[in-house]
Design a protein around this ligand. Structure first.
Ligand code: PNS
Length: 161
């Protein structure tokens, strides 16, 4: 039984993430979507619980997905959860250097391999950080994130204003 691990910050989950998760779910028996507890970047907009809840809602139609969270090294989480491979979506060449470096570090640490999946072209510009920015200033994110996520973004920025 092959298990894939799809890690990320998911702050929030976008149609780009969902596209990758749905496609990975077709190739593996089971998929663990692993949400990092404390994203390194900026302070996260959504709490871990909110990010997990949104992921659970938007992947509810898929039967072989589990949402988990992790802290610390991804490779340790992979080993503890019996994941055979890490899968990452690649949007553009700008993702590649950093993703390659992480894949090689992870392979060096425990031997786990990373598969890269080309993002569907209609999502190659899409990132959670841009979605947050567009939503923060009242832009329409309905083509970028699932409706439940768009609703939470609107609510979050209403609370902040
Ligand atoms: O959605 P993101 O922010 O691009 O996801 C990055 C993530 C969470 C996949 C990456 O930062 C990660 O794996 N962090 C865990 C810490 C770790 O294992 N670091 C060593 C990687 S070489």
């Amino acid at each position: 039984m092959a298990t894939a691990l799809v890690p990320g910050s998911f702050d929030p989950v976008t149609f780009g993430h969902l596209d990758v998760i749905e496609r990975v779910a077709r190739f593996f028996d089971s998929v663990i979507v692993a949400v990092i507890r404390n994203p390194q970047k900026s302070a996260s907009l959504f709490s871990l619980e909110e990010r997990e809840a949104m992921l659970a809602e938007v992947t509810a139609h898929l039967g072989n997905i589990r949402i988990e969270y992790f802290a610390g090294l991804l490779v340790d989480f992979a080993k503890d959860h019996g994941a055979d491979t890490i899968v990452k979506g690649l949007r553009a060449v700008t993702d590649f250097d950093y993703e390659l470096q992480m894949a090689q570090m992870n392979q060096t640490l425990t031997g786990i391999d990373t598969f890269f999946l080309a993002t569907s072209p209609q999502y190659s510009f899409l990132s959670s950080s841009l979605v947050r920015e567009v939503a923060r200033f009242g832009g329409d994110v309905s083509s970028l994130v699932p409706p439940q996520v768009a609703a939470r973004l609107i609510q979050r920025f209403k609370e902040e204003s």
